[in-house]
Design a protein around this ligand. Structure first.
Ligand code: TPP
Length: 325
């Protein structure tokens, strides 16, 4: 991990708080799922927190974020209250999508969080649409579009990169390479093997590969990318090398990888690594970290209480928000 030298004390505390919050929130999600409180699909982001937190730490409120079904971390980092996320996972009316979206379809228009999309790569053309709207309105906000390594083999990926480059759209294409698309190792699914960021060159898009386990490196790369995107020079592609510590979803027993591989990767866990670095650099004390941990625990406990006590959507809402064609 690089030296977090460019961060001040407040930024370190906030980035640690966000990562710790997302981690604990999701550990509790797994528990709530096992207890039958959360149903349907549940894809945990555990291990990848540095990507969402590092990226979001330099965005503005008027920037858009759009992502895949593995969306809890992005939603919380974009500022959606944990209560509204947990309530959504419980299917309650107080959830950020009114209890009708669930884990894969978190949404909050006010926060400019445009989902939560279950179709692999489906968020990419939508990101281009958002970028086009920004451009037409002559605004200088940006779109951060997160996707996994499985998305890069879809047609949408190529069409989106092509159009975004051609039309100079203000989109950051943020690949979270966690090594697997469900149970398929990236090198088994992609002819060109590793270094996916090189694919952006075919579309004349500047690209970089970064350590996605280093929150400070993610922050720095995003800040750089935002500069270009805001000046109207077109999209940027970032490949963040990361790893998911849990299964693809709750029903995945992870038979496709050795547990020794997971243990080896856990040495790169972004949270203890950032903690250690920040303490060594004198940017935060063990006491301050413990206080943040306490606050995070209280926030997660509160989110479960809130979700438990919230009502289900009313019967009358059954036919609302349905598009018929
Ligand atoms: C178009 C499409 N094809 C297949 C699926 C089934 N599916 C769901 S998740 C997934 C793997 C995607 O992996 P990746 O993009 O690497 O994201 P990750 O799960 O690692 O975050 C697949 C194939 C789908 N949802 N949509």
């Amino acid at each position: 991990m690089k030296v977090a030298i460019n961060l001040d004390k407040a930024q370190v505390a906030e980035m640690y708080r966000q990562m710790a919050l997302i981690r604990l929130f999701e550990e509790q999600c797994a528990r709530q799922y096992q207890q039958g409180k959360i149903r349907g699909f549940l894809h945990l982001y555990i291990g990848q927190e540095a990507v969402a937190v590092g990226a979001m730490s330099v965005t503005r409120k008027d920037d858009y974020v759009i992502t895949s079904y593995r969306d809890h971390g992005h939603a919380i980092a974009k500022g959606i209250h944990p209560n509204a996320v947990m309530a959504e996972l419980f299917g309650k009316v107080t959830g950020c999508s009114g209890g009708k979206g669930g884990s894969m379809h978190l949404f909050d228009i006010e926060k400019r969080f445009m989902g939560g999309h279950a179709i692999v790569a489906g968020q990419m053309p939508l990101a281009c649409g958002l970028g086009l709207a920004i451009k037409r309105k002559k605004e200088d906000s940006a779109v951060l579009c997160f996707f996994g390594d499985g998305a890069v083999n879809e047609g949408y990926f190529h069409e989106s990169l092509n159009l975004a480059s051609l039309w100079k759209l203000p989109v950051i294409f943020f690949l979270e390479n966690n090594m697997y698309g469900m149970g398929t190792l990236v090198s088994r699914a992609r002819a060109a093997g590793k270094d996916i960021y090189l694919a952006a060159d075919a579309y004349n898009i500047p690209a970089a590969q970064i350590d996605g386990m280093d929150v400070a490196a993610v922050r720095e790369a995003t800040a750089e990318a935002l500069k270009r995107v805001r000046t109207g020079d077109g999209p940027v592609f970032i490949e963040a090398m990361t790893y998911r510590f849990r299964g693809h979803s709750m029903s995945d027993a992870s038979y496709y990888r050795e547990s020794s591989e997971v243990e080896r990767e856990q040495v790169r866990d972004p949270i203890p690594a950032f903690k250690k670095l920040a303490v060594t650099e004198g940017l935060i004390s063990e006491k301050e970290l413990a206080q943040i941990d306490k606050e995070v625990e209280a926030a997660v406990t509160e989110s479960i209480k809130f979700a438990n006590e919230s009502p289900n959507p009313p019967m009358e809402a059954l036919f609302e928000h349905i598009i018929a064609s």
